[in-house]
Unconditional design. Structure first.
Length: 317
């Protein structure tokens, strides 16, 4: 243990998918070594996973990390995208989830504009699907097969009259609207934005609109307090990480998404750069700027589309 541990950050928060694990659920190179070095340098570090993944997926990833650590075990919290706060070390859970009334209202707004859209209520354990009223079962299975491959959905059918009970019993984390007609997506998004005071609505570059009660930043503030969140180390790779990447004192953007890395303090290509910066005094700022410039020249206007970021709603300044 190093003598000057007090100067090092104590709170370390990570996105899961694309940051700690790859698309197959395997740990990314350097993740275990990063956790090990944090444990070696920081007395009782606080680890938090901020993710929209199900709790069993988070636990599986953390079990893989802990099984390979040499310097102790990583005790961790989980903060869901929706603001669900799970304290795994104490076994307590505080939920700030969407209500049954929210679910019914979203269903009404979406079905008025696009009766063919699929609405998926995502809970901590399952995904429940509201089927379009005038689609055939065969077509639905084809659609859900394609959607499931992209979003990892294992769906169960739910009737509209069961939505309130569903929300109360399983705590709806977020609602995913799959727009079968791309032309209706922006219209649905704007209608939801105008109708509800929902904390975060994001629209992807694919077919989905994601609705949740809170973004990651507010969920972390509710769990740890605003001052602690400002001092956090945050690592993420997606558009739903931007708010934290632009707020945390030490933030690391992973991957090739231009908006993500440009909002972070550091744009990294491997996890050793995180511990180099935190514990070994290596300033990566110039390297980060160079990487952003490279991404602009290489990807901007070509393969990566970032125009949809303008549609993101953020009410947590």
């Amino acid at each position: 243990m190093k003598e000057n541990i007090k100067k090092f950050p104590t709170h370390y928060t990570f996105d899961l998918d694309g940051t700690l694990i790859d698309g197959k659920g395997e740990l990314k190179d350097g993740v275990v070594e990063m956790f090990d070095e944090i444990l070696a340098n920081v007395k009782e570090p606080v680890f938090t996973i901020a993710s929209g993944a199900r709790i069993n997926q988070v636990e599986a990833a953390m079990n893989k990390i802990n099984a390979r650590l040499k310097n102790g075990q990583a005790r961790y919290n989980v903060v869901a995208n929706s603001g669900s706060i799970i304290r795994t070390t104490s076994g307590k859970m505080t939920i700030n989830a969407l209500t049954g009334r929210d679910c019914s209202a979203v269903c009404n707004v979406v079905s008025t504009i696009s009766p063919n859209s699929i609405i998926i209520y995502r809970t901590m354990l399952y995904d429940y699907v509201e089927y379009p009223k005038n689609s055939t079962q065969k077509a639905l299975h084809t659609i859900l097969l394609n959607v499931g491959e992209k979003f990892g959905i294992e769906a169960q059918e739910v009737d509209e009259k069961d939505i309130v009970k569903l929300a109360r019993g399983n705590e709806v984390m977020n609602i995913l609207v799959i727009c079968l007609n791309p032309k209706e997506k922006k219209q649905i998004f704007e209608a939801l934005q105008n109708r509800f005071g929902i904390g975060e609505i994001s629209i992807s570059d694919g077919t989905a609109i994601d609705i949740s009660t809170y973004g990651k930043k507010l969920a972390l503030v509710k769990r740890f307090g605003a001052e602690t969140v400002k001092k956090m180390v945050y690592v993420g790779d997606g558009n739903n990480d931007i708010e934290m990447l632009s707020s945390a004192r030490h933030s690391f953007g992973v991957g090739k998404k231009l908006k993500v890395v440009s909002e972070a303090v550091y744009a990294i290509t491997n996890y050793k750069q995180i511990t180099d910066n935190l514990f070994h005094g290596k300033d990566l700022t110039e390297e980060s700027k160079a990487r952003i410039e490279f991404l602009k020249k290489t990807f901007l206007g070509k393969k990566i589309k970032i125009g949809f970021d303008k549609l993101k709603v953020n009410k947590h300044e």
